[in-house]
Design a protein around this ligand. Structure first.
Ligand SMILES: Cc1ncc(COP(=O)(O)O)c(C=O)c1O
Length: 423
């Protein structure tokens, strides 16, 4: 859990949080590492690293199999991690939490299992123009297999949010499912998924929320949202790579068939047939990512120790600070909601500098010890077709970032301008 010192009257105490992240004490290219790429993956606190190491050192064993002490302990800790995650996102029980590798696998599981059984030729599947490839390709594959139609909700004129009239127009086609990101990894836009869910339900469809960029950064309550599925990745929320989750309403998961068969997902097996295990295990064939579950547990403890409300507030303030600084730089364009709409955006800032390629920008940042991302950010339809650029640079914040990190980024932009002789 984050130390008590992490929360002060002023908000979260970034200086003491930084100390929990060993990597932030290192340097890159001889400069203090400034990590501004948490939308890609977050750094890990020592509490998570230690929890994983402690598992291997003291109770490494397979789960659900042994009747000896350390196997029982591993089983208990793995299940406890699901109980914790269920509470963290407001699910009703751990039976609604299927552990998978990441958000991508969670969405594919829903598309293959639920989609495979429910989507037929001519049905409508709805997504938006701001989706990550993870929330596009599985639906394209499903549509191609079944003959369903894949529709897109367009973005508004300034390309910062979903266009309301396009939303209504697409919902009037009564899509069977609307798969929508909670927060965009390019624009930073936070979608009103509660309203979207209500509207989609009124049209008889179900909703999958891609929570890869929301669960790590803001309070999430799937029961309040009312969504039918919710996908997330552990590695973006201080946990290890290789663990993620698909939340599904219990009745929905109960009605679905597993996509993988093997050990652990069965109740009984005969020579010709088998019966399935209960939820959530029927979707988890083979040995699970036990260290992943244990790391996830420690990550949730750490986030809860700070508080998701405080994290959201901190990121909002830091984003506001960054947007103000960036807004005064000539030739710099920020994508997504503007500074006046800070409540509608997360701590992801994509930008471009007139006269400098985003990859060159990222390289100059790198030389200055600053990790940012450049490219299409796995959202080619959005970046190339909607924004009309080949690539953008992106900085993204988390609990261990502060104004000093933003100032370092602004200084690096000055370097870019100096090198490329831009005004
Ligand atoms: C909005 C969004 N959805 C899905 C993903 C895919 O996450 P993962 O690679 O962990 O499956 C990402 C990753 O960046 C993302 O930002």
């Amino acid at each position: 859990m984050a130390s008590k010192a992490s929360i002060t009257k002023r908000g979260i105490d970034v200086e003491s949080i930084k100390k929990d992240f060993p990597i932030l004490g290192t340097s890159m290219n001889g400069k203090r590492l400034v990590y501004l790429d948490s939308a890609a993956t977050s750094q890990k606190p020592i509490q998570v690293i230690d929890a994983i190491s402690n598992y291997y050192k003291t109770f490494n064993a397979n789960i659900h199999r042994g009747i000896y002490k350390i196997s029982e302990q591993a089983t208990e800790e793995y299940t406890a991690s699901k109980v914790k995650l269920a509470k963290f996102i407001g699910a009703k029980s751990y039976q609604e939490i299927v552990y998978v590798r990441n958000t991508t696998e969670a969405i594919n599981l829903a598309a293959l299992s639920w989609g495979g059984a429910n989507i037929k030729n001519g049905d409508h599947i709805l997504i938006t123009q701001m989706e990550h490839h993870s929330n596009i390709v599985p639906w394209q594959m499903l549509a191609q297999r079944t003959g369903a139609v894949l529709d897109y909700v367009m973005l508004n004129e300034d390309k910062s949010a979903i266009d309301e009239s396009s939303l209504e127009e697409q919902l009037s086609k009564n899509p069977k499912i609307f798969a929508v990101s909670h927060a965009s990894n390019v624009l930073g836009t936070i979608n009103d998924v509660k309203k979207i869910t209500r509207m989609t339900h009124e049209h008889g469809g179900i909703v999958l929320v891609d929570g890869a960029q929301s669960a790590p950064h803001m309070p999430v309550n799937v029961s309040e949202i009312g969504c039918d599925f919710f996908a997330l990745s552990g590695h973006k929320m201080l946990g290890p790579t290789g663990i993620g989750a698909l939340y599904g309403k219990r009745e929905l998961l109960d009605s679905m068939e597993p996509i993988f068969g093997g050990g652990d997902m069965i109740r009984s097996v005969g020579f010709q047939d088998h019966t399935w295990n209960e939820l959530p295990w029927k979707f988890e064939a083979g040995t699970s990512n036990i260290e992943g579950g244990i790391g996830m547990s420690a990550a949730i403890d750490y986030l809860n120790g700070i508080g998701m409300e405080s994290i959201r507030k901190h990121e909002m303030e830091l984003t506001r600070y960054a947007m103000e600084k960036l807004g005064s730089i000539a030739g710099l364009k920020v994508y997504g909601p503007d500074a006046k709409h800070i409540k509608n955006r997360g701590g992801v800032i994509s930008f471009s500098i007139k006269g400098a390629h985003p990859h060159d920008v990222a390289q100059i940042f790198d030389e200055n010890g600053i990790a940012i991302r450049a490219g299409h950010h796995c959202a080619m339809p959005l970046v190339e077709d909607v924004l009309g650029v080949g690539a953008v640079s992106r900085m993204s914040f988390y609990i261990y970032n502060d104004e000093k990190d933003v100032d370092a980024a602004v200084k690096a932009i000055g370097e870019v301008k100096r090198i490329f002789k831009l005004n």
